[in-house]
Write a protein that binds this ligand. Structure first.
Ligand code: SF4
Length: 346
């Protein structure tokens, strides 16, 4: 599978990022005249400043218009507390981070509705998941462009195109299906009843030292908040979650009959996700922009380019969080989302 790559090292103004997007787009565009086109982004949590920039999204919007499509920019609500938990906050957060009608020349639409309840079930027949529910505005689109920020992720090792498909394109019920394998317990001997976990749980699931699993979504913000390391997920939670993530990625692909183009923007590569309300220190120099029609191949290519840069320091994407993203990429390949074999076209 061919993945096109534009290096971050540029010396001419005509090679700036919007110009590079313009050169890449015709090779990967699935847009047909008259299509309603979802442009899926992560606009960043409030406080995060390393997410994809609005001008990149604007460039893609204008290209979709030129191709005769009707674009809208979209994202879904989250399971964690913060400024993306419901549709109102998500639109406000996106606007604060620069993504609005004026900047993008397209409306921002919350794909899964006010409280994440608007979805469509898609049969995927995986080892972990027989079906998954995806956000309705994604499911009802004619084609889609996914613009991912290539960066690390504590749960999946790496967050790129497959993470967008298998998590960011799901409705709330779908996200819970992927995360539910992480429902933790509290070690009563370590718990000091400080209540920090209660503050970050939007599901009112925690009464230390107990967790009500009928309310818990398994998204594990509580474990990050606990300074005592008293919140313990099941031992196989990360691997299982990654497998479900990889399988769930097939849902949007099936719903859109594969009419999806992928752009990985690999600048400001932070250890953490753009859902963090801060931006950690970049752990590798800027890489550039990749584009293709295979989400597995583009993520593998992105990871290899990152690893190439940090290998001399004895690091890799796997060492950031101690999580191997190959697990979700392998699951995505196995279920039919794409291939891990690629040819990089520079
Ligand atoms: S944050 Fe940790 S120590 Fe504090 S109440 Fe929750 S589980 Fe107990």
């Amino acid at each position: 599978m061919e993945i096109i790559f534009k290096d971050a090292k540029i010396t001419r103004p005509q090679d700036n990022q919007p110009e590079q997007i313009k050169k890449l787009f015709p090779h990967i565009s699935p847009v047909k005249k008259g299509d309603i086109v979802a442009i899926k982004i992560h606009p960043g949590e409030y406080g995060n400043t390393t997410h994809v920039r609005p001008v990149i999204v604007r460039t893609v919007v204008d290209l979709v218009h030129q191709a005769g499509g009707l674009p809208f920019v979209t994202d879904t609500t989250t399971l964690y507390g913060g400024m993306k938990l419901n549709g109102v906050d998500l639109i406000n957060c996106s606007s604060m981070n620069g993504f609005n009608q004026i900047s993008m020349n397209a409306p921002f639409i919350v794909a899964d509705g006010l409280r994440g309840g608007e979805g469509k079930r898609v049969q995927i027949d995986g080892d972990e998941l027989d079906s998954i529910t995806i956000a309705s505005a994604v499911a009802e689109s004619d084609s889609m462009i996914i613009i991912s920020h290539g960066k690390g992720h504590p749960a999946s090792g790496f967050g790129g195109a497959v993470k967008h498909l298998g998590m960011g394109c799901l409705d709330r019920a779908g996200k819970i299906r992927v995360h539910e394998v992480g429902k933790p317990s509290i070690d009563p001997e370590k718990c000091i009843l400080c209540g920090e976990c209660v503050k970050v749980c939007p599901w009112d699931a925690i009464m230390p030292p107990d967790i009500d699993h009928s309310k818990c979504s398994g998204e594990l913000s509580c474990a990050e908040a606990c300074q005592q390391e008293a919140i313990i997920p099941p031992p196989d939670a990360t691997d299982k979650m990654q497998k479900r993530l990889g399988e769930a990625a097939l849902g949007p692909i099936k719903a859109l009959k594969g009419k999806i183009g992928y752009i990985n923007w690999v600048y400001d590569v932070t250890p953490g996700c753009d859902c963090f309300n801060f931006s950690g220190e970049r752990f590798v120099e800027d890489i550039g922009i990749l584009a293709g029609n295979d989400p597995v191949a583009i993520d593998c290519a992105t990871i290899d380019l990152i690893n190439e840069k940090v290998k001399p320091e004895g690091r890799s994407i796997n060492t950031i969080w101690g999580v191997n993203p190959g697990i979700h990429l392998e699951a995505a390949e196995k279920i039919g989302c794409g291939t891990r074999k690629y040819k990089l076209i520079r």
